[in-house]
Design a protein around this ligand. Sequence first.
Ligand code: HEC
Length: 128
Amino acid sequence: MKNGFGMKALALMLGAAAMNAAQAYDADWKRGRIYYRQVCTSCHTAELKKPIAPNDSTKAQWTAYFQADKHGKNTVKHYFSSQYRDSIKAKNAAAAKYADLPEKDLIEDVKAFLQKGAKDGDAPAGCN
Ligand code: HEC
């Protein structure tokens, strides 16, 4: 009897773990595209006088870029943080619209867009 209960508890735990895995975040590349274009690209265009297109780099290069997490003096993550979104939301529609999203979801969304739009991605994306 004791053992039977133990097995049931184990089965429940395994079931819960499987459900967690099933609920893993499903990145939204369209939202990533909006964020990339309105937040990332608008600053690149303003400060560099040219955009940085998704198809300037390969999928592997984008993956490495996010892994390194270095953007000038900041991290790449900094530009996804809720503090950063807060600081620009008065002037930036995408930052305002996504002000309350978890930072890690937004990062996954933009990564998904960049994988899709990379030079060797499913839908290489320029700047428009
Ligand atoms: C406030 C302005 C600003 C924002 C916002 C911004 N960038 Fe940048 N980005 C720059 C500048 C300036 C450079 C070039 C020099 C440097 O790295 O600081 C740059 C360079 C880059 C580069 C070229 C590689 C490198 O590090 O030099 C990549 C890739 C990049 N940014 C990605 C992003 C992504 C992705 C986002 C949005 C999540 C983003 N940037 C948001 C200003 C910005």
